[in-house]
Design a protein around this ligand. Structure first.
Ligand code: ATP
Length: 449
């Protein structure tokens, strides 16, 4: 990201998100809930488009990945098996400030630095790190005595592993194969921060890919999923230099992980930050769930006539982080004389609105009627098309620029009187071209595929 964009871009994104209906603070009229956000009309479309792109690439367009939508509520034993509850070290370390007793994640230097800054130069001493279980707990049942303690899942991963046998028995997959899922996860983050980056309720998208327990196969598959995840991320419209791979140091990895890499985005608020994780989890999860559930989660391989617990390559990303990073990457300001033009350079594939249709003048019935006709036709073809006759053309362009609409189509007198097509204005160059409706349709189709 160019230096001049870095300084206040996050603040501008937060404000644009509210102003244009992308993201609102959760339960805002009641004072807001920290680390929780609601997605507005533009946000929900952008988010759905990101998720659909994930689902197409990782599930629908493949023969070896099965889709799943597991429940959010899971019994506590699942989390004991996975190591999230107990003493296995899959919990986050926290430290307490000795001045004000506020708790902060010990493994987040920026959270520590921010907190120390609030004490304005006073020397801050911290307690020894303690482990903190991030799972959100609740109870199910009519009375206190009979209630069962359950957790809102802290990651969608375990919903996949606990359904491993169901997928084997219903789909009879041949190894290697994967299970893909998109869904909400909940973490009682002590210091939710940086807008959508660290939330308490968020969404993940991932594939757990099961392979033969073989070192070489592990290396090949790991490389494959790492590269696919990067290719997918770049496909969201990122420049190559905005993303990088980073391998976890051995003391940073969960103790069961054979290898772990992140895809990181160069954020304007804190430099390189995790967007996606690719982890070689070995047989850890299936083995632990076999032990705890007492259900055999091994796989019988017809080819080698042998039975084994498969190894698992995990490919896991955050929907909300992808959403935030896409906005940060797309946010652009162009100086036009004294004016500043702000627009989101979103890939047309994920833009919440593809085309906006305007009548040149709102009080000329003949133009409005024709524009409505064009709008209906385009809406039938592309769905995400809006009609706008509010304010002058300049204002309409500004509105569409800020939500990243790639094309604005204007119906004018020449359209009506000379059957001369419409003018199509390109969001990024501002250039206007006259095209027939047929030309426009095939042009937009080519850009969306
Ligand atoms: P971090 O180190 O940033 O807390 P993590 O390593 O705990 O992340 P994973 O458990 O690997 O994250 O989760 C997979 C993905 O889920 C992450 O790459 C990230 O995109 C997303 N994610 C994790 N925690 C959050 C959160 N609190 N808010 C939003 N997205 C999150």
């Amino acid at each position: 990201m160019p230096e001049e964009k870095k300084n206040d871009v996050m603040e501008k994104i937060v404000s644009l998100c509210k102003r244009r209906g992308f993201v609102f603070q959760g339960s805002e009229i009641y004072g807001g809930l920290s680390g929780v956000y609601d997605y507005g009309p533009m946000g929900v479309e952008l988010r759905n488009n990101i998720k659909q792109y994930f689902w197409d690439t990782f599930v629908i367009n493949r023969e070896d990945v099965y889709g799943l939508s597991a429940a959010i509520l899971m019994p506590e034993t699942v989390w004991e098996a996975s190591g999230h509850v107990g003493k296995l070290g899959l919990v986050d370390p926290i430290v307490e400030c000795k001045i004000c007793h506020e708790r902060v994640r010990a493994d987040q230097p920026e959270a520590i630095a921010d907190h120390e800054a609030t004490h304005k130069g006073k020397k801050v001493e911290w307690s020894e790190p303690k482990v903190f279980n991030l799972l959100v707990e609740t109870k199910l049942g009519a009375s206190e005595d009979t209630a069962t303690r359950v957790n809102l899942r802290g990651e969608i991963t375990q919903g996949i592993h606990v359904n491993f046998k169901n997928i084997l028995d219903s789909m009879h997959p041949k190894i290697p194969f994967g299970i893909g899922q998109i869904g909400k996860a909940f973490r009682n983050e002590i210091t939710p921060r940086d807008f959508l980056f660290r939330q308490r309720e968020f969404e993940q998208m991932e594939v757990q890919y099961y392979i033969k327990p073989d070192e070489e196969e592990g290396l090949i598959q790991f490389e494959y999923w790492k590269n696919l995840a990067m290719e997918w991320y770049l496909g969201l419209g990122f420049r190559k230099e905005s993303l990088r791979f980073r391998q976890h140091a051995s003391d940073e990895r969960a103790h069961y992980a054979k290898d772990a890499w992140d895809i990181e985005y160069n954020t304007p608020f804190a430099g390189w930050k995790e967007a996606w994780g690719i982890h070689h989890r070995g047989d850890w999860d299936l083995k632990r769930h076999s032990e705890y559930s007492k259900v055999d989660l091994s796989y019988y391989d017809e080819e080698s006539k042998s039975r084994f617990i498969p190894w698992d390559i995990e490919c896991s990303g955050g929907v909300d982080r992808a959403f935030l990073f896409v906005l940060l990457e797309a946010y652009t300001e162009d100086k036009l004389g004294d004016d500043l033009r702000t627009y989101l350079k979103l890939s047309p594939k994920i833009a919440p609105v593809k085309i906006a249709v305007f009548p040149l003048l709102k009080n000329k019935e003949i133009l409005v009627e024709k524009a409505r006709e064009v709008y209906k036709l385009l809406k039938k073809k592309f769905g995400a098309v809006v009609f706008d006759d509010n304010g002058n053309i300049g204002k309409r362009y500004r509105r569409q620029d800020e939500i990243g609409t790639p094309w604005c189509v204007t119906v004018d007198f020449e359209t009506v009187e000379k059957d001369a097509g419409v003018t199509v204005r390109d969001r990024d160059t501002g250039e206007q071209k006259r095209m027939s409706i047929e030309e426009l349709v095939s042009y937009v189709k080519s850009q969306l595929s």
